[in-house]
Design a protein around this ligand. Structure first.
Ligand SMILES: NC(=O)c1ccc[n+]([C@@H]2O[C@H](COP(=O)([O-])OP(=O)(O)OC[C@H]3O[C@@H](n4cnc5c(N)ncnc54)[C@H](O)[C@@H]3O)[C@@H](O)[C@H]2O)c1
Length: 259
């Protein structure tokens, strides 16, 4: 696939799923802008990708920072054809705890700010840029790919904030597609299962093996390249729109009480 002349913004592109997507798009000839808070990894990845890539520092919790990064990338490459929203954080805090405490509101706010507001704000500023493109023969001007999680549906204990943020990302997919259909901009959301990224690096081999066993097939964690491949499939298939797609080896997270 030759993506020469097309520009894709990847939030969270300094690591994990976003990095794999930035690498795949760049290898296929696209211009790639990495929008991330990580000022070490982001530029380092861009250095490897070469002159058709650029790093823009962005804090997903701050709208002005997102606006500046998106507009800066659009100015550098002369337009935007897609945004892949991968910037995200997890959470592990229960609603109340055994010490009589309640879920910290700051943690809840932070997770929602990054995962939901960050995704929506990057999408809206990128959409404003994509709306300026000449439409293709099908009237299409660009695509937004958001990253939710299977935790949007099968959230685990301690994931109230994370699941709320990812559930909201899945929920806004269709209304955004309807808002942006007028401009020929498609909106899709990917719900990854358990993927082998730095987010999972802290888990022990025993934990990873246990998780892999709960995947129907193949019996392993997902690879970042498989997420990147899903993004390129979405970019290439113009009839996909307004949908949330699980990428999870058919995992369905259960619940087991401790005795
Ligand atoms: N890895 C998994 O198993 C998995 C599963 C389901 C969903 N996801 C989702 O996929 C996305 C990517 O996850 P990953 O596994 O690649 O994680 P990762 O930690 O490897 O990468 C996340 C990237 O987001 C950036 N980021 C975080 N907070 C930011 C902020 N406030 N502003 C700007 N950048 C910020 C980080 O610097 C990092 O580069 C996340 O939204 C995550 O919730 C991951």
């Amino acid at each position: 696939m030759d993506r020469k002349g097309k520009t894709y913004l990847v939030t969270g592109g300094a690591s994990g799923l976003g990095e794999a997507t930035a690498r795949m798009l760049a290898a296929q000839g696209a211009n790639v802008a990495i929008l991330d808070r990580d000022e070490e990894r982001g530029p380092a990845v861009c250095k490897e990708l070469g002159p058709r890539s650029a790093f823009f520092k962005m804090d997903a919790t701050k709208e002005e920072s997102i606006k500046a990064a998106v507009q800066g990338a659009a100015a550098k490459f002369g337009g935007v054809h897609g945004v892949i929203n991968c910037a995200g954080v997890g959470s592990a805090t229960t609603t109340i705890n055994k010490k009589g405490g309640v879920h910290d509101s700051g943690i809840f706010d932070f997770v929602v700010q990054v995962n939901l507001y960050g995704t929506f704000n990057a999408s809206k500023y990128a959409a404003a840029e994509m709306a300026k493109n000449e439409p293709d023969e099908n009237g299409l001007r660009g695509v937004i790919i958001n990253t939710a999680s299977v935790a949007a549906i099968d959230g685990q204990k301690g994931q109230a904030a994370y699941s709320a943020s990812k559930g909201a990302v899945t929920g806004m997919t269709l209304p955004m597609a309807r808002d942006l259909g007028t401009y020929g901009i498609r909106v899709l959301t990917i719900l990854p299962g358990i993927m082998e990224t730095p987010l999972m690096a802290a888990a022990s081999d025993k934990v990873k093996t246990g998780l892999a066993l709960s995947v129907v097939a193949p019996k392993r964690l997902g690879k970042p390249e498989e997420f990147a491949h899903m993004c390129t499939a979405i970019i290439d298939n113009g009839y996909l729109n307004g949908e949330c797609i699980r990428l999870d080896g058919a995992i369905r997270m259960g619940y087991q009480s401790k005795i």
